[in-house]
Design a protein around this ligand. Structure first.
Ligand code: ZN
Length: 145
């Protein structure tokens, strides 16, 4: 039952990604690539006074990578950079640790199941690695390999 709900969220966000497209006036940007699956993600952020005012992404990839990027942008809009860094760490824990904490992660918790599939972990984390680059090293191109 839970799994069906999770699959529905992933399907919904992969078919109709939120915050999709270029962001005019972005002041932070990075590109990510997952060669294993062929997923690509370009992330655009408008950050002011330490807060993410706008965030959008472009790219193409599998359902997991697209839905992860879509849900990530939903979760991060309006957050501070410090909160974004915290969420980044929690998400990486979620998909790599055996007993991650899922409280307060909201819909992002749907990705807990991918940790059993190492190849899919790269799909699910691509947008987040790209986020890290956009926050710490804008203009960077990151690869999951
Ligand atoms: Zn993928």
């Amino acid at each position: 039952m839970i799994n069906e709900l999770y699959q529905e969220i992933i399907l919904d966000h992969s078919k109709r990604p939120r915050n999709f497209g270029r962001l005019e006036g972005a002041n932070r940007q990075a590109r990510g690539h997952n060669p294993l699956c062929g997923d690509r993600c370009t992330l655009f952020l408008k950050e002011r006074d330490g807060r993410i005012e706008e965030i959008r992404f472009e790219g193409s990839g599998c359902a997991i990578s697209t839905s992860s990027a879509s849900l990530m942008t939903e979760a991060l809009k309006g957050k501070t950079v410090a909160e974004a860094e915290q969420l980044l760490k929690r998400f990486l824990d979620l998909v790599t640790k055996d007993q991650p904490l899922t409280e307060d992660l909201g819909k992002l918790a749907v990705f807990a199941g991918v940790r059993e599939f190492p190849a899919r972990v790269k799909c699910a984390t691509l947008a987040w690695h790209t986020l890290r680059a956009a926050l710490r090293d804008p203009g960077a191109v990151v690869s999951t390999e």
